[in-house]
Design a protein around this ligand. Structure first.
Ligand SMILES: *Cc1c(COP(=O)(O)O)cnc(C)c1O
Length: 385
């Protein structure tokens, strides 16, 4: 089935009817343990931290849609990040994109620096910047693209060359793009990472993380860590993400279509000073996005004219169809204020350097009727006119 096109893999990839009943959807195997006929004689399942059939079904689906050989599911996106960090040892260095998801940044700096890992944060608009930070201790390069919330685009294939030369693993956080729009493993990454909480789950009803790899030895190391440190997801959550994946391509098409229209609308609005959207031809990452992505995604960031917290706050509070909330990637439209919400843990000076100013609003454009979304933005922005 894995040779099929994306839409077919999203629904069937790695899946087969349940062998015991023929159930088309894998049952939610809500069990911690499995009967053994004699000591060590079992059907491949001993204990649910190590193996669970519902989680396995999800992991096979993840591998299929990312074009990898092995998938691993975790209790959250940050638990998946954590598993990657545990591949490293004290003294190792990591080069990372600078406008990183706030929680990833916090884990790097507040948790792993004290275990002796050294992080270098840089803009990755030029691959030379990345290459200049490589030392003999560089063991991992961490890319998020498009980035959150500035939607900067990193050339994955170019960074993969640097990683290969350095003998470092390349991890790509593919949460914003999703495997439908971007396939990091095919572009040279070693690990594709997801907060499946977002587009893969797609319905804002589950927190889950995932890794997909294409190499057996790396998969084995990660399976060891998954079991040894235990941050697995439960069967119910695995089921929800599996179900979400089945409509990923259909949802993404609508997310994108709506985002394209709203970005154009915001750009001509007199109360808006800048709109960040990789679909614009003058977006600095447009050419790379066009080369490595199937579309430009459903995320838009924009700043109100004054760039003040007060005005941004007025606008997001006046929205009715967009809900003011953290997170993204669900069927419903959400608005966020990065400086006070998702990115509050990043120091102000550093935040503003990467463009996350107090007046910046991030939209996760949902799949509602775009006419209602536009009318909602229109009403909300009119409070500034
Ligand atoms: C949300 C998010 C994460 C963290 O995932 P959780 O599921 O919230 O732990 C990591 N990276 C990106 C880009 C995210 O948006």
């Amino acid at each position: 089935m894995d040779s099929e096109h994306f839409g077919t893999r999203a629904i069937h990839g790695g899946q087969h009817p349940d062998p015991s009943t023929g159930a088309v959807m894998p049952p939610i195997y809500q069990t911690s343990t499995y009967a053994q006929a004699a000591p060590g004689v079992h059907q491949g399942y001993e204990y649910s931290r190590t193996q669970n059939p519902t989680r396995h079904a999800l992991e096979r689906a993840l591998a299929s849609i990312e074009g990898g050989t092995h998938g691993l599911a975790f209790g959250s996106g940050l638990a998946a990040v954590d598993a990657c960090m545990k591949l490293l040892s004290p003294g190792d260095e990591i080069i990372s994109t600078n406008d990183l998801y706030g929680g990833t940044y916090r884990q790097f700096v507040k948790v792993y620096e004290k275990y002796g890992l050294k992080f270098h944060f840089t803009g990755m608009d030029s691959v030379e910047k990345v290459a200049s930070l490589v030392t003999p201790q560089t063991k991992m390069i961490w890319v998020e693209t498009p980035t959150n919330p500035m939607l900067n685009v990193v050339d994955i294939a170019a960074v993969a060359e640097v990683a290969k030369k350095a003998g470092a693993l390349l991890v790509v956080d593919n949460t914003f793009a999703t495997p439908y729009l971007q396939q990091p493993l095919a572009l040279g990454a070693d690990i594709a990472l997801h907060s499946a909480t977002k587009y893969l789950g797609g319905h804002s009803d589950v927190v889950l993380g995932a890794l997909v790899v294409k190499e057996e030895a790396l998969a084995e190391k990660l399976y060891f860590l998954q079991n040894a440190t235990g941050a697995v997801c439960g069967p119910m959550d695995s089921f929800l993400v599996l179900r979400g994946i089945k409509t990923l391509h259909v949802r993404m098409d609508r997310h994108q279509e709506n985002a394209l229209e709203l970005a154009a609308y915001l750009r001509q609005h007199p109360a808006v000073s800048r709109v960040v959207f990789p679909g614009f031809e003058d977006h600095p990452g447009h050419a790379v996005a066009k080369k490595q992505m199937r579309g430009f995604g459903g995320m838009i960031s924009f700043a109100v004219k004054s760039d003040s917290f007060e005005d941004a706050s007025k606008v997001v509070s006046a929205m009715k169809v967009f809900t003011l909330a953290e997170s993204l990637g669900g069927v419903e439209s959400l608005a966020g204020h990065p400086a006070s919400m998702t990115h509050a843990s990043i120091p102000k000076a550093q935040r503003e350097e990467s463009g996350v100013t107090d007046g910046l609003i991030r939209l996760s454009v949902g799949i509602e009727d775009v006419r209602d979304l536009k009318a909602d933005l229109d009403t909300a922005l009119s409070v500034l006119l």
